[in-house]
Design a protein around this ligand. Sequence first.
Ligand code: CP
Ligand code: NVA
Length: 298
Amino acid sequence: MTRHLLTITDLSTRELCAVLDLAERSNLPKVLEGRGVALIFEKPSNRTRQSMEIAVVQLGGHPVYTRGDEVGFDLREPVEDITRVMAGYHDVLAARVFDHHVVERMAVVSGVPIVNMLSDQAHPLQALADVLTMQQFHGDLAGQTVAYVGDYNNVARSLAEASILLGAHVSLGCPVGFHATDAELERLAQVGPGSVRQVHRAVDAVTDAVAVHTDTWTSMGQETEKEARRRAFEGFAVDDEMMSRAAQGAGFYHCLPAYRGVEVTAAVIDGPQSHVIAQAHNRLHAARGALAFLMGVR
Ligand code: CP
Ligand code: NVA
């Protein structure tokens, strides 16, 4: 059966651990030798494009970067026609899309793995790098608290899923209106052995956390809401005072791009507790592990 990576919940706990083990291996077989991987982007990218291109090369394959407007999902051609055609050229199709349903529709008709490189709902490749980095700095995440402060968005959802699959206690600090719904919290609680709670005062979320994550308050496609969001998120910026309430030795994490003086102070993101560059570098290892897994390497 063709495996896809649309969300972290496409993986069981055992499979997530297998991907993370593959990510740390430097001797993976060249499973993409002579093969193509399409990387389609409807939105800009630095980390995701670069890490996926190099991961494909390291597995022996050839990445083909494609702008979203070149294929024109449902504009130039239906998503299904684009997918069926490209699946004949490539061994993996990866896409960064506005609407998550696009990658779901791709998966329905594709005979090769579909990888979500960020949608409005999920950012699974980022979450793989997030948990890989946290494991490297804080060890086994089971029983440890992972905090996320800010907008309950694509990055937050995938981070929560991956952390819960690994047995962590996820603590969300999200303002009202930008929070996880009760139904979403109930869904998350079923994802794996970990747990989830949500508070609406940011400082309360980080108590005992070994890792404090945040993300931009204005995701790609939400630019017109930027000023309103800045007002709504007042008090949710990660600063030294907030970090001092986390566990001793806690790390600061951000998927990047980051906006200093908005969701995080420069002192925190550029300070000794920040692991954001290691986290960004792990995007390469996580991408290589994910691609190898989807190609059947175990
Ligand atoms: N974190 C992340 O996905 O970065 P890019 O948007 O630069 O790919
Ligand atoms: N939440 C952000 C992540 C960027 C990598 C966005 O969707 O724009």
